[in-house]
Design a protein around this ligand. Structure first.
Ligand SMILES: CC[C@@H](C(=O)O)C(=O)SCCNC(=O)CCNC(=O)[C@H](O)C(C)(C)COP(=O)(O)OP(=O)(O)OC[C@H]1O[C@@H](n2cnc3c(N)ncnc32)[C@H](O)[C@@H]1OP(=O)(O)O
Length: 250
């Protein structure tokens, strides 16, 4: 199984489990994300954690060895759309959602983390919206969410530079809620949240969701998905992915 969903004490944890391929997202993980957002709707769940197996990677984005078979805009769009819908559902869950970024997050991995309310980033993790190196944009809604989360110039810079940022840089630009230097830091963060009753967290999350609905967040994500699908079909994108898969990009 490429993922696990566990529940304890009102906390539902989704773990991507493909460490050999840096926790890249395949169709099964998209199934899992859909299962997560369905299950997390239950009233006994008070917060969600999204993380991954091992300490090397949180997620390396879409599994290029699988999704490179999608050649045209018409073929790429359904995959991008489906994951974007799962992440929109994750983002608009009526409870806090925490990305526990246990290692490197790139491409769609950064999009998953950006769809969450909080990003707890382990000190050794490097993260970046590297899609530009593949001559595409973000395509799961993460670019749109980044403009919501960060000051405009910091978001545009992170997307446009297409490079890995250190955890300290991510704290400075506002992407990391907190840099995790020891397991105790996670416990402190969670116990502070648990001191406040779940209905209060829900009420605050409703405020954010109201704003996102009023500003047509879903429609803006759809534009992002469509633009990415167009770029996906270009030769320059396929050549860049060929280079990555054939290890000839250095
Ligand atoms: C599809 C949606 C789109 C979006 O909307 O955003 C995307 O997500 S596009 C994908 C963007 N992702 C990338 O470009 C990731 C590229 N990967 C890397 O840059 C690096 O692998 C890493 C994540 C920085 C990790 O580096 P390192 O620790 O040095 O590991 P390796 O590079 O040796 O990787 C180990 C192994 O895993 C394979 N791998 C890694 N990421 C992917 C991936 N996204 N898809 C497919 N395969 C991936 C890599 O090829 C290695 O394979 P082997 O050599 O066969 O062991």
């Amino acid at each position: 199984m490429s993922y696990h969903i566990e529940s304890a004490d009102g906390v539902m944890t989704f773990t991507i489990d493909r460490p050999h391929i840096r926790n890249a997202v395949n169709d099964e993980i998209i199934d899992g994300m859909e299962e997560l957002v369905r299950s997390a709707g239950k009233s006994e769940v008070r917060l969600v954690i999204v993380t991954a197996a091992g300490d090397q990677a949180f997620c390396s984005g879409g599994d290029l060895s699988v999704f490179h078979a999608l050649r045209t805009e018409e073929e790429a769009y359904p995959m991008l759309k489906r994951m974007s819908q799962a992440l929109y559902a994750l983002k608009t869950l009526p409870i806090p959602v925490i990305a526990l970024v246990n290692g490197t997050a790139v491409g769609g991995g950064c999009e998953i983390a950006t769809a969450c309310d909080y990003r707890l980033v382990k000190a050794h993790a490097k993260c970046g919206f590297v899609q530009g190196n593949l001559v595409i944009t973000s395509g799961w809604g993460g670019g749109t969410y980044l403009f919501e989360a960060l000051q405009h110039d910091h978001a545009l810079q992170m997307l446009g530079e297409a490079r890995l940022y250190t955890a300290d840089e991510l704290e400075t630009n506002g992407w990391a809620t907190k840099v995790i230097r020891s397991p105790k830091d996670i416990d402190v963060f969670l116990s502070q949240m648990k001191k406040v009753r779940p209905e209060v967290h829900r009420a605050y999350k409703e405020m954010a969701i109201r704003k996102w609905k009023e500003t047509n967040l879903e429609g803006r994500v759809e534009e992002e998905v469509r633009r990415c699908a167009q770029l996906w079909a270009e030769d320059a994108h396929h050549e860049a992915v060929d280079k990555f898969l054939n290890k000839t990009n250095q």
